[in-house]
Design a protein around this ligand. Sequence first.
Ligand SMILES: [Mg+2]
Length: 174
Amino acid sequence: MVEKFMPDIYQKSIYYINYDKLYKKGIRLLLFDLDNTITPSHVHKPTKRLIKLFDELKDKGFKIVIFSNSTKHRIEPFKSELGVDASAFSLKPKKDKYLKIMERFKYKHTEVAAIGDQLITDIYGANKLDITSVLVNPLTPKDYTITWFNRMLEKIIYNRLEKKDVFIRGKYFE
Ligand SMILES: [Mg+2]
């Protein structure tokens, strides 16, 4: 049961992911979570470092979509300054928006990787559809988008995964 929350890849941040390896595996569409994955929740525009990373990824041949449960208003400056597509109110971990995006941009699940900081939304949602799931550490401990309930649930899942010896926080793998 708890395996549903186990990421395929775990890295310190989006800047440590081996994107070339993902590309070689056939991944072409990257679904990035917004809050605490590509930006701290309290920051309202992308950093130069993030702009540079996304430009490099586009050059490598990836399609990028910001895939967030946040509002349109919150996503807009990132969407426009990074020059990528975006999906607001994605209702992760529900399957619907993942499927909609894959259909719209014509990608199979084997060509998609979803990157995020939360097990219950980002990782579980991707795993449900057999999309490559990539967990990164949250950029800040504060996250306005996560509920108290989710936070508690996530703690329990982390503990269970660690008990099973399949996951240790800070021990990265790809
Ligand atoms: Mg997040």
